[in-house]
Design a protein around this ligand. Structure first.
Ligand code: GLU
Length: 298
């Protein structure tokens, strides 16, 4: 994680580069032009084949997306009840490609623990919620993406009075309690170092236990911690990430057409500048613009 400097010019450059890439794609796909052995790179939003999730959602004109409501920078409930953040913007990009107006997106508050069940029950069409792609989750749902890669880190009281420098510190100090969230990879990852873990429903719920001395730290993805520290300056991030957390878009297991279509949308958003603009208008307030990761078409 890098602390933001100034990257507006870079965004502009990326947007221009994206436009050029798309223009190039269209040209090379024109009749008589380009290399026919090259895969068509341009993005075609419609028409969708009957029976696909894309066709169903486009016909309905609405979509339900699960996201976090308590994570600044990625998904935080706004005064009007609609969440704001990078994950929310990614959802809007997908809806737009389906021809769905952002006013017709139903946002459902998901915590880490209920993401897979909400997808499995059909309560949501998608989950975009700082959601790490991993094999255990792929047993029950599928993932498009990744569209961002975070890393697990540690948040401590400003000044780091305990001198916590990484997860090994908890192995060496088994009496110290660390707080994290049920149903997260953050929990399973930190359990490799300590069993003294306080579990909350949301990462924001971990701050009070530090204030009261019940816990000495919160552990989860660096970008979630950066958002919490930005809002609560009495905390700081250790800044020593110790895992890779590729963020995916959760959808119904084995809906491969929808998964591949979302991967196309993500790649188009990298090329046309909308991914970078989504970052800049949200997480970009605190964090530098990263390079988008390659999608994994498993
Ligand atoms: N990215 C991790 C996960 O999906 C931690 C963040 C979260 O709980 O949303 O479990």
């Amino acid at each position: 994680m890098r602390v933001r400097k100034h990257s507006t010019a870079l965004v502009g450059a990326l947007a221009v580069a994206g436009a050029l890439v798309l223009a190039g794609c269209v040209d090379s796909a024109a009749p008589g032009g380009g290399d026919p052995s090259e895969p068509a790179a341009e993005f075609t939003p419609v028409p969708y084949e009957d029976g696909t999730t894309m066709a169903d959602l486009a016909a309905a004109g609405e979509i339900t997306i699960g996201t976090k409501f308590a994570q600044p920078l990625f998904g935080l409930e706004g005064p009007d009840g609609i969440p704001v953040g990078f994950d929310v913007e990614i959802g809007k990009i997908i809806a737009k490609h389906l021809g769905i107006d952002e006013a017709n997106i139903s946002w459902t508050n998901t915590v880490s623990q209920n993401r897979e069940p909400f997808i499995q029950s059909g309560e949501v069409d998608l989950v975009i919620a700082t959601y790490t792609i991993n094999d255990a989750r792929k047993e029950v749902i599928s993932f498009a993406g990744p569209y961002y890669e975070a890393g697990q880190d540690i948040l401590v009281a400003a000044g780091n009075p305990e001198g916590i420098d990484g997860p090994e510190w908890f192995q060496e100090n088994p009496d110290a309690t660390v707080c994290t969230v049920s149903g997260s990879t953050s929990l399973t990852n930190i359990q490799e170092y300590t069993s003294n873990v306080l579990e909350a429903a949301d990462y924001a719920d971990c701050l009070e236990p530090i204030r009261t001395g019940q816990a000495v730290a919160v552990t989860t993805d660096n970008v979630i911690l950066a958002g919490l520290a930005d809002q609560n300056p009495e905390f700081e991030v250790v800044n020593n990430p110790f895992t890779a957390e590729p963020y995916g878009i959760g959808l119904a297991k084995d809906d491969t057409e929808f998964r591949m279509w979302i991967n196309d949308v993500l790649e188009a958003s990298y090329a046309d500048g909308s991914w970078a603009a989504a970052w800049e208008s949200t997480a970009g307030a605190v964090l530098d613009l990263p390079d988008p990761p390659a999608v994994d078409r498993y």
